[in-house]
Write a protein that binds this ligand. Structure first.
Ligand SMILES: Nc1nc2c(c(=O)[nH]1)N[C@H]1C(S)=C(S)[C@@H](COP(=O)(O)O)O[C@H]1N2
Ligand SMILES: [Mo]
Length: 436
């Protein structure tokens, strides 16, 4: 993977300007104000790389001197240029210009924590163990990472990891949850062993229907008896060739905040099923009932509902694959140009499906022009697309992008389908262009 790292280096040295978001608004790269709450001090410990023994005593609203006296903006070690949404748990999205690289660089990979990340100093890949168990496992056992590497064949796949709530900010009426814009998505090459090989080695009983994961992170409420999040997938998805237990991302150990040293990666499904800091996998004889499998979390109305409608838990069904979606990664919204010809490009993906066609419009969707669409590196990878558009005269334009999947399902042009938690938001991405 040596050569491939070069792509990211070259890209990092020459990024597009990072001062506008997808709506052409100026981006405040890191809001310090977001980190002033008393509760955030505890979360900071994992960021400054050291414990704060007296964090409880520090008055709310005081910035630790380490940050107050430095000009360096607040950031998570190993991450660059992310937009922070929340500090407790840490959530940060990737500005769209960093999704322009063929694969998302490790330092630009978004972060979605549900609890406190395990302390970095406690994460030792030599000592890390993964337990396989559950009532439908024939021979429960534990592996070190070295044992996984020795016993099973290693595979590398490019896999899209997209938070189910990505683009929630577009949902009308607004719903609860992180107001992600478009950057809670990444695609890159994960290296590890097939989940299938490991599960089959441990023996899958006939009654198995689901798997579930457990990670090493801890709950914000301090309750040690419950997981922060413990989700899973049906056996059919778990046994797909591309479902991995991974230790590397883009040829490097997985970044700390993205699940170092071991992570489950289930391409094309809600990223919530890709368990970070992976400690245990259970083979279940029923739909996994771990944390955030029930209630309203990661669930969609079983039947479509009207915007704003309340849906009782029993009418909600578990969310599975993600849906067709595309982004324009170049140029950034807000471009002013004297050139009437413009090259646009981006990425498209479609959960378990592939993207069949990519279309762009410069007249608010009245007419569409077919874009060039590349094949994915493998199933569940995103696909690169590009197009050259011509503007008839000076003025204000928007470039809209619309992907169609292999079943003929298109992104909606304006409003994504409403659901109580604002998942699967996939309306067309658009950028503003002024031709002068
Ligand atoms: N152990 C653990 N795994 C987890 C989570 C978590 O909080 N803890 N968050 C999930 C959710 S909701 C998402 S969107 C992805 C985010 O992955 P990332 O932080 O590497 O971007 O991880 C998933 N796996
Ligand atoms: Mo998520």
């Amino acid at each position: 993977m040596k050569k491939q790292k070069g792509i990211h280096q070259a890209y990092a040295e020459n990024p597009q300007k990072a001062d506008l978001d997808i709506f052409g608004r100026e981006v405040d790269p890191i809001s310090r104000r977001g980190f002033l709450r008393k509760s955030s001090l505890l979360a900071m410990a994992s960021i400054i790389g050291s414990n704060i023994p007296f964090a409880e005593n520090m008055p709310g609203g005081v910035i630790p001197a380490l940050f107050a006296n430095s000009d360096t903006p607040f950031s998570v070690a190993g991450k660059d240029g992310l937009i922070y949404l929340n500090d407790k748990p840490i959530t940060a999205e990737t500005p769209v210009q960093y999704l322009d690289a063929p694969f998302t660089a490790p330092n630009h990979f978004f972060i979605r924590n549900n609890g406190n990340a395990p302390e970095e100093a406690t994460l030792d890949p030599k000592k890390w163990t993964l337990e396989i168990g559950g009532e439908s496992c024939k021979k429960p056992q534990t592996f070190t990472i070295d044992e996984l590497k020795k016993k099973f064949k290693t595979y590398t796949y490019a896999l899209v990891v997209e938070c189910a709530g990505n683009s929630r900010a577009e949902i009308v009426p607004a719903t609860k949850g992180n107001q992600w814009k478009i950057g809670a998505v990444a695609c890159g090459r994960w290296t590890g062993v097939r989940l299938k090989d490991v599960l089959e080695y441990c023996g899958i009983k006939k009654d198995a229907v689901y798997i579930g994961y457990y990670g090493a992170d801890t709950r914000l409420d301090g309750n040690a008896d419950k997981a922060t999040i413990s989700r899973g997938v049906p056996m059919s998805k778990a046994l797909e060739e591309e479902s991995l237990i991974a230790w590397d991302y883009e040829g490097e150990p997985i970044p700390y905040m993205n699940g170092y040293p071991l992570r489950l990666v289930i391409g094309g499904w809600s990223a919530s099923v890709s368990g970070k800091w992976l400690k245990k996998i259970v083979i279940r004889n029923k739909v996994h009932d771990g944390e955030k499998m029930n209630g309203q979390s990661y669930r969609m109305p079983c039947k479509p509902v009207a915007p704003g409608e309340q849906v009782p838990d029993e009418n909600m069904c578990v969310l599975e694959g993600m849906v067709v979606k595309s982004i324009i990664t170049h140029p950034l919204s807000g471009l002013k140009t004297s050139n009437k010809t413009l090259d646009v490009r981006g990425k498209a993906w479609a959960g378990d499906r592939s993207v069949k066609e990519m279309w762009v419009s410069i007249d608010f969707g009245a007419t569409w022009q077919k874009a060039k669409l590349n094949k994915p590196l493998n199933r569940f990878s995103w696909q690169e697309w590009s197009a050259t558009v011509k503007f008839p005269q000076e003025g204000y334009y928007e470039v809209w992008a619309r992907a169609v999947d292999d079943k003929g399902v298109s992104q909606p042009m304006v409003l994504p389908g409403w659901n109580p938690r604002g998942y699967l938001s996939n309306s067309c991405h658009r950028i503003a262009v002024r031709v002068i």
